[in-house]
Design a protein around this ligand. Sequence first.
Ligand SMILES: *[C@@H]1O[C@H](CO)[C@@H](O)[C@H](O)[C@H]1NC(C)=O
Length: 279
Amino acid sequence: MLPHLILTGLVGYVAAASLQTRATQDSTCPCGYLDSNGNVWRESSVSDFTAGTPTSVLQQAFAVETWGVQGTYQYRQNSADNVYNLNGALGMRTQGWSGSGPVYTSEVQSHRDDILYGTFRITAEIPTTPGVCFGFFTFYSNTQEADIEFLSADTNAAHTVHYTNQPGQTAGATETVTLGPNLQTSFNEHRIDWLPDVVNYYLNGGQTGSISIQVPDTPSFVLANVWSNGDPGWTQGPPTADAVATIQNIKLYFNSTSLSESDFNSACATAGRPASCQI
Ligand SMILES: *[C@@H]1O[C@H](CO)[C@@H](O)[C@H](O)[C@H]1NC(C)=O
């Protein structure tokens, strides 16, 4: 969610990280991944925080952000301390705010900046302390962004999600949906399927949203964050105690501008054309 001007300074770093990520891709699926809608995706980046030291698992695929920005209400400062090992999963938090100074928040951003369409899945418990936004989203710029967002100050926050193809001010670009499970006390899989003509949103494999305007079309990052800037019209807060998301896994299956269809097909053929792995 960093303004794009700042992102451009990171391009060299991101490109190097992308190569490293691709080299560790799952070689047992040389013909890609087949999702339940029949879409094939060439690449994957699966971070299972329950299968190792969560912060070490994270580093394979994501960078921990440390930028800060002055908001209209409060200064928002991302801090590496707020991305941490928590009960065998990954904790991300906004720290309880004392009433003055920066609000210490958290954000992680995929090393991959070249993702163009895919299915992106996060299994998490959402924050309970009012006054933060917990987001999981694709991002290139403020007009190239598909979001899942939870606002802990929402009425019925344990059951409410906001789906948006940014900018959210456009009529029809956002949907607020009431979900069945208590999202604060149980782990649930929240999912974005970014396709060329539509972004579909899911809970635990069942479709819960669909937005077909302002569909992003630019190679992007995938991010997660827990943040507050005190804006009474959105995050509210800042929270007076830690507001924590607990994340078990983040699974990205996608196409990118770095692995062409023909290179993918050649690798699949060389491997003897095994079936795509089902996801
Ligand atoms: C993703 O890649 C697969 C395999 O190359 C291709 O069949 C599919 O059309 C691509 N999907 C999109 C949305 O570009």
